[in-house]
Ligand binder design. Structure first.
Ligand SMILES: [Zn+2]
Length: 359
């Protein structure tokens, strides 16, 4: 018999044997028998060297064809048999009525999200709606419409992360996008967005993430949360702001909480205030957490600047309003006695699962 006949015989026999195999293991055994180091095809290939030189190229091609066909058949059979195996296992399981149930692992809220939801409920009780804005903003909304024109020294207060001009990173020459796209440095741009979109009276909170180019340490992250509050109406005064913030502080920390206003500065509010509550750790006498003052600043606030009212499309002689910004990250640290803000974004389950209880 010639080598060509041997190849044809092997081809037919491999096909028959593979289609007769009834398990993945049997197919794997056949792979070894046929293609292994001393497999049937391998032995034939070795014999190729003894064939007349003129016939060798054609025989080589034929042998490769047979190898390819065998490999394809093996893979096809394995796929079919493994699929059938899986189906059999699944149906066996489905029929096993005595098997114990499997506990479903439920996720839960991140402690910062829990605090933000609590705040939403408190604000909801005072008639605030949630109004969200984009995390990727324009320079116009983030700065200009908030009374912070280009080159205004107040811009130094925000270390901004710029979105790169398309293609400039790939070209090895990263530069800020020409359309002024940035990551918002605060939730305040939503003040103007809300004024432009909503009818009076406006009473909204904006919970969300903000981004700054900060050196990251235990109390600063480049990514953090804010909750912006905005009230716009006719005849809104600083007294309304003070009354509202005192109510919020008591709802958060108890009826005995004392509060105070200190002068503050923001370009988009005038006047601006820092709002303090009695230290949540020591309750007044002074401790390390409050810098021995007995007070803690929980938010910044102020009357919305007339320029910002104008940006929102209203006449500052007709309508006024107040705005405030809370820091949920710091509030969560105080609530749970967490000493390092970096844990919030560490993706470490050992940290997060501590807050699973009851959620
Ligand atoms: Zn204290």
């Amino acid at each position: 018999m010639s080598l060509a006949d041997d190849l044809a015989t092997l081809r037919a026999s491999a096909r028959d044997r593979l289609s007769a195999a009834t398990s993945a293991d049997a197919v794997e055994a056949l792979r070894h028998e046929l293609l292994g180091r001393s497999g049937e095809l391998t032995v034939l290939l070795r014999a190729l060297g003894t064939a007349p030189e003129a016939e060798r190229p054609a025989l080589g091609r034929a042998a490769n064809e047979v190898r390819g066909e065998i490999e394809a058949t093996i893979n096809g059979r394995l796929e079919t048999l493994r699929g059938a195996d899986l189906e059999r296992r699944l149906s066996d399981e489905a029929l096993d009525m005595s098997a114990p149930g499997r506990a479903v692992r439920m996720g839960h809220l991140h402690p910062v999200m829990t605090l933000m939801r609590d705040l939403r409920e408190i604000f909801h009780a005072y008639g605030f709606e949630v109004y969200e804005g984009p995390e990727i903003e324009t320079d116009e909304y983030n700065f200009e419409l908030l009374n912070i024109p280009p080159d205004h020294p107040a811009r130094d207060l925000w270390d901004t992360l710029y979105v790169a001009e398309p293609g400039s990173v790939e070209a090895g020459d990263p530069r800020p996008a020409e359309d002024g796209t940035i990551l918002r440095t605060h939730t305040s741009p939503v003040q103007v967005r809300a004024m432009r979109a909503l009818d009076l009276p406006i009473r909204v909170i904006t919970p969300g993430r903000c981004f700054r180019y900060e050196a990251v340490d235990a109390s600063h992250g480049f990514e953090f949360h804010q909750i912006e509050g905005l009230v716009i109406d006719h005849d809104t005064s600083l007294a309304d702001l003070k009354g509202m913030l005192e109510e919020i502080a008591r709802a958060l920390y108890g009826r005995d909480t004392r509060t105070r206003f200190r002068p503050g500065y923001y370009p988009f509010t005038e006047p601006s205030v820092a709002f303090d509550v009695t230290c949540l750790v020591c309750g007044g006498p002074g401790c390390a957490a409050c810098g021995r003052t007995g007070w803690m600043t929980i938010l910044g606030a102020g009357m919305v600047h007339p320029e910002v009212i104008r940006s929102g499309g209203f006449d500052p002689d007709e309508v006024q309003g107040y705005a405030f910004g809370l820091g949920p990250d710091r509030m969560t640290m105080l609530r749970h006695g967490i000493g390092d803000i970096r844990l919030f974004f560490s993706a470490d389950l050992r940290f997060v699962t501590q807050f699973a209880e009851g959620r």
